[in-house]
Write a protein that binds this ligand. Structure first.
Ligand SMILES: *Cc1c(COP(=O)(O)O)cnc(C)c1O
Length: 432
């Protein structure tokens, strides 16, 4: 048995091969640095709910309106998740059944758009997500997506170009404007987007996949509302497993008038039976997110991200937009080493035990597969209780590994230092 084993005796007896693989992944997660901006470590309570008997139940439909019998307890579970989510987002309506963020977006499009209708969303090479109109995704094939981007680089630059968004909205008269991104580190204010949408008669969907935890904690503006409390985005979709620190999954909150259409689009329109074990785990995560501890966790996530961005800049990396307001940092490698691609950097860092992902930067001269950038996030490191001091240490590991990438001995040395740092800051599944 490895010292990391969480695998119970049943799995070990029935399927030792798989049990061993889970041990192996557990060791990876606890001895290397998890800097992927869309990842986090859930609590053991969330993991227990995910592994519960609720996985055995079929419950197509919604609380009080199920197709099969035996759902009175499941109804209470799902209602608890819905009620907690509504209070977290001050949302008139909530749906906790999406299996993922992509499914949440698909359901909203299916509910509110007809195939072929025009949608304005952030271009993928500027930070948008696959489900925001990529030609290889259903969204780009079923709907007519038009892309907006960020302003040119320079002081105060590389932020969403709202004037361009406004001009495109006037020109294309979209049925929906999508805001929210997958590689964008600045706060997106809903007020101006709502005003533009009102001018052209468009709906607004905010994809909060990355920032849902920050919104829940009240340190990122809730996109459902404008500053004056009036309606902001019509619908907000998100994942529950990124900053929100719940199980893998999605959710949708909205103003009342869209609730019935969204529920119907998700089931029976798009998904089959809900994953009630995952919904139970979402309920646990929402409860955790309602606590003052969660707010201070998210404050530390952002504090760490700001410190990490500065430490990277000090070592010659250009941070896109000059910093971050969130958990996410997008780095332009060209200032550090013009010959170093994102792909190569990601591979070097992997060998040093530093897990991150390559990412295009705005105006990237390289392809999406190669890229000139790296994306980092501080959500998981902060869950492991690392602070500003560790951000400086980690930035130094990154710079050293990339500088000395031809020196196998040096990479090995950094790998060992990373391992001992991680053992000092264990994830919750190992923490005493
Ligand atoms: C991660 C992400 C999604 C998709 O979430 P999945 O759970 O991977 O399907 C959608 N939109 C944005 C902006 C994301 O960052």
């Amino acid at each position: 048995m490895s010292e990391y084993s969480l695998v119970g005796s049943h799995l070990r007896d029935v399927d030792p091969e798989l049990g061993h693989l889970i041990d192996e992944e557990m060791e990876r997660q606890s001895t290397s640095l998890q800097l992927i901006a869309s990842e986090n470590f859930t609590s053991l309570a969330v993991m227990e709910a995910t592994a519960s008997v609720l996985t055995n139940k079929y419950s197509e439909g919604y609380p009080g309106k199920r197709y099969y019998g035996g759902n009175s307890t499941v109804d209470k579970v799902e209602t608890l998740a819905i009620d907690r989510l509504k209070s977290l987002f001050k949302a008139p309506h909530a749906n906790v059944q999406p299996h993922s963020g992509a499914n949440a977006n698909a359901a909203v499009y299916f509910a509110l758009l007809k195939p072929g209708e025009t949608v304005l969303a952030m271009r993928l090479d500027q930070g948008g997500h696959l489900t925001h109109g990529s030609p290889v995704n259903f969204s780009g094939q079923l709907y007519n997506f038009v892309g907006y981007g960020v302003t040119p680089k320079g002081p105060g630059g590389e932020v969403i170009d709202l004037d361009n968004l406004h001009a495109l909205a006037r020109e294309h008269q979209p049925k929906m404007i999508v805001v929210g991104a997958t590689a964008y580190s600045r706060v997106i204010e809903i007020d101006r987007v709502r005003d533009i949408a009102d001018e052209v008669g468009s709906l607004v969907m905010f994809d909060a996949a990355h920032v849902a935890g920050l919104i829940a904690a009240g340190i990122y503006p809730n996109p459902l509302f404008k500053k004056d409390g009036s309606k902001g985005a019509d619908v907000v979709t998100f994942t529950t497993h990124k900053t929100l620190r719940g199980p893998r999954g999605g959710a949708i909150v909205s103003h009342d008038e869209y609730g019935a259409a969204i529920d119907k689009a998700l089931f029976p329109g798009f998904q089959g039976g809900p994953l009630e074990n995952t919904i139970a785990a979402k309920a646990v995560a929402f409860l955790e997110a309602l606590t003052p501890e969660f707010r201070s966790y998210q404050e530390k996530v952002v504090e760490n991200a700001k410190a990490f961005a500065k430490e990277l800049e000090t070592r010659g990396f250009r941070v896109v937009s000059g910093g971050t307001d969130t958990h996410l940092i997008l780095v332009d490698l060209q200032s550090f080493d013009i010959d170093l691609s994102g792909k190569q950097a990601q591979e070097v860092l992997d060998r040093a035990g530093i897990t991150c992902n390559r990412n295009q930067i705005p105006g990237d001269p390289r392809s999406p597969f190669v890229t000139s950038g790296l994306r980092f996030g501080t959500a998981a490191m902060t869950t492991a209780k690392m602070g500003v001091k560790e951000m400086s240490i980690v930035a130094e590991y990154i710079a050293a590994a990339l500088q000395k990438r031809e020196d196998e001995g040096e990479i090995k040395r950094i790998r060992e230092e990373v391992r001992s740092l991680c053992l000092t800051f264990p994830p919750p599944f190992l923490a005493k």
